[in-house]
Design a protein around this ligand. Structure first.
Ligand code: B12
Ligand code: SF4
Length: 534
């Protein structure tokens, strides 16, 4: 038997054009297809059509299963898309997964009552097994690893987490053909991060590694990288708990090169963007072999752009190679690897520098220092790669002094950055630490907070002990224009103003669902799926 399966990709970052094929969903679509199911995708993010179109899609067939998932910030769309399933396709079984669900499965099961199965964490094994159980009309979910489900009395059960797979190379390539590459995504290939990226016409994203072993308090690893365990004695009281445990894993350089070859042959791509959380932690973890091998094999495979092999400006020759970009880290990058990356075609690297204040950086868990942050811009530029620095304000211990330090470093480096606001996304350590305060800021309505989450360029709940939303909006402007005079004036006024101001966010004394000090890693399981990617 085969199921009729519809995937719905929710709208994300509505204010921008759609730029990213949802990588995890595209792999799950391919896995389902490889098991013989009939798979269709409605990419709501790409098409950006009205709800009527979604309803038409739901009514277009008698779907056995409708699958929806994405990051937390897509919750608003997901909630609506799930409600419409109940209204117009009530016989379809609704399966959800991804970041929005994994970070808070019990809350989501309560808020969206028609979810049939929710998958927590990595779904590569759990998802096809759930499909197979549905196909075989086996509705015994008790003990089935990695899922939340509802009993006939509507009580919510959460089973234990499923171990992650250890051999990532057994994962099939994403089903790119089910997404509108030519119609939508390739038109939005360009980005302003580098000259080469600004003229890209056929960019595709790939995810070459899973996890990052640093512990930034605002960051989260989707419960797919050994960061999640479940706690509780039985399914009825079990919940997810996040830890500093990590199953760092990466694809072999051969898998990556083979995939890029496939993409070049099939789609004639000109740019690859690595989605990896942090390429440099993988480099360290592999004892500095992984990135080096990727670069060497990139060149051997003939993907190196001509300008890089000839050592000339990119626009002085006709480039037929493939440029690429990714993420880096100020304390973990090294000039030799950056130079090799440049040679192979790397155009820009995103650096989450976050702050130039010693105290803030120490609390953050980023593993970098003011000195390393300051040096990183020059070290990266020296290699020829453009560094894209990210700055954040509104950290718990943010002060006028820390903001001043950040502005001074920006001035010293001669760079501008419009800071994001520190935001406690579900799953992160700070979410649990500041949950009471977040609830207070949303009048006790947690769902209102989740619905409000979007880009961190908007303020939702603040976690700064000192600054309110109004202060942070002002400070964001002051940092973007690097105006120390305005900062001094603001500080002066601040000290003169009413000192009955209460701290805006307060730390919970005791937190559940996060175990900061323990390094609990969920076990790995040996490979179960065999796929031929040729
Ligand atoms: C690409 C990306 C984006 C894209 C959107 C991607 C998309 N359409 O899904 C863009 C650039 C828009 C984006 C924006 C943001 N992102 Co982002 N993003 C990523 C990134 C780099 C890659 C995602 C990915 O493909 N991962 C690899 C695949 C394999 O994993 P996956 O998609 O999660 O899929 C697996 C499971 O989750 C699950 N699954 C996923 N979908 C589904 C669906 C179903 C039905 C099922 C059953 C299972 C399932 O199965 C898959 C296999 O195990 C991740 C970091 C990372 N490397 O993961 C961050 C990440 C997801 N982003 C994150 C954040 C914080 C943001 C921003 C808030 C950042 C900011 N400061 O503004 C914004 C939000 C913007 C907004 N307005 O909504 C966080 C997580 C947030 C959260 N709690 O959900 C991450 C983890 C980065 C981090 N470490 O902090 N992001
Ligand atoms: S370095 Fe980046 S990916 Fe790693 S924990 Fe920190 S923010 Fe997350």
């Amino acid at each position: 038997m085969a199921l009729k399966i519809l995937f719905v990709n929710p709208v994300v970052r509505e204010e921008d054009v759609p730029r990213h094929v949802p990588y995890g969903m595209a792999i799950l679509a391919e896995i389902a297809r490889s098991k013989g199911h009939h798979v269709q995708v409605y990419d709501a993010n790409a098409w950006r059509k009205s709800d009527d179109v979604l309803v038409q899609v739901y009514k277009a067939d008698s779907w056995d299963v409708i699958c929806i998932g994405g990051l937390t910030t897509t919750y608003r769309y997901i909630r609506k898309a799930c409600q419409l399933v109940a209204e117009v396709s009530p016989d379809s079984k609704l399966i959800v997964g991804g970041g929005f669900f994994t970070s808070m499965p019990r809350d989501i099961m309560e808020w969206i009552p028609n979810i049939y199965i929710g998958i927590i964490g990595e779904a590569y094994i759990t998802f096809p097994e759930v499909l197979s159980a549905i196909d075989n009309k086996n509705n015994q979910w008790n003990g089935f690893l990695g899922i939340a489900y509802r009993e006939s009395d509507d009580s919510i059960n959460l089973n234990k987490e499923r171990p992650n797979i250890d051999d990532l190379d057994t994962i099939p390539y994403p089903a790119w053909d089910l997404f509108p590459l030519e119609e939508i995504y390739f038109h939005n290939s360009d980005s302003l991060f580098s000259e080469e990226a600004s003229v890209s016409k056929r960019r595709i994203d790939i995810n070459a590694s899973y996890g990052c072993n640093l512990v930034c308090r605002y960051c989260w690893h989707l419960g797919t990288t050994g960061d999640m365990v479940t706690t509780g004695d039985s399914s009825s009281d079990r919940d997810v708990t996040f830890t500093y445990g990590r199953n760092i894993r990466y694809h072999s350089p051969d898998y990556i090169i083979k995939m890029v070859r496939y993409l070049k042959d099939k789609y004639d791509i000109d740019q690859v963007n690595f989605l990896d959380e942090n390429l440099m932690t993988m480099d360290v973890y592999s004892k500095r072999t992984w990135l080096k091998e990727i670069c060497e094999k990139w060149i051997e495979a003939g993907f190196q752009p001509e300008s890089r092999s000839l050592g000339v400006p990119y626009d002085s020759v006709k480039n037929t190679g493939i440029f690429w970009s990714g993420t880096s880290h100020a304390a973990l990058h090294r000039p030799d690897i950056l130079e090799l990356m440049y040679k192979a075609g790397c155009t820009h690297l995103v650096y989450g520098l976050e702050s130039f204040d010693k105290k803030v950086l120490k609390q953050l868990g980023k593993g970098s220092t003011v000195k390393k942050n300051e040096e990183s811009v020059g070290v990266c530029m020296e290699s020829g790669i453009k560094p894209i620095p990210n700055i954040i304000i509104g950290f718990p211990e943010e002060s006028f002094e820390s903001v001043r330090n950040t502005i001074n470093s920006l001035l010293k480096l001669g760079i501008h950055a419009k800071p994001h606001f520190a935001t406690a996304y579900p799953g992160s350590e700070w979410y649990y630490k500041y949950k009471d305060s977040i609830l207070e800021q949303y009048n006790g309505d947690l769902e209102a907070y989740i619905l409000d989450l979007g880009d961190a360029s908007k303020i939702t709940a603040t976690i700064s002990h000192k600054f309110s939303a109004m202060d942070l909006l002002g400070l964001q402007h002051i940092v973007s224009v690097r105006d120390l005079r305005l900062l001094d004036l603001s500080e002066k006024h601040w000290h003169k103003s009413d000192d009955s101001i209460l701290p805006t966010a307060q730390l919970n004394e005791k937190i559940e669902n996060f175990i900061p000090t323990k390094k609990i890693a969920t076990p790995l399981m040996s490979t179960l799926i065999k796929v031929d990617n040729d």
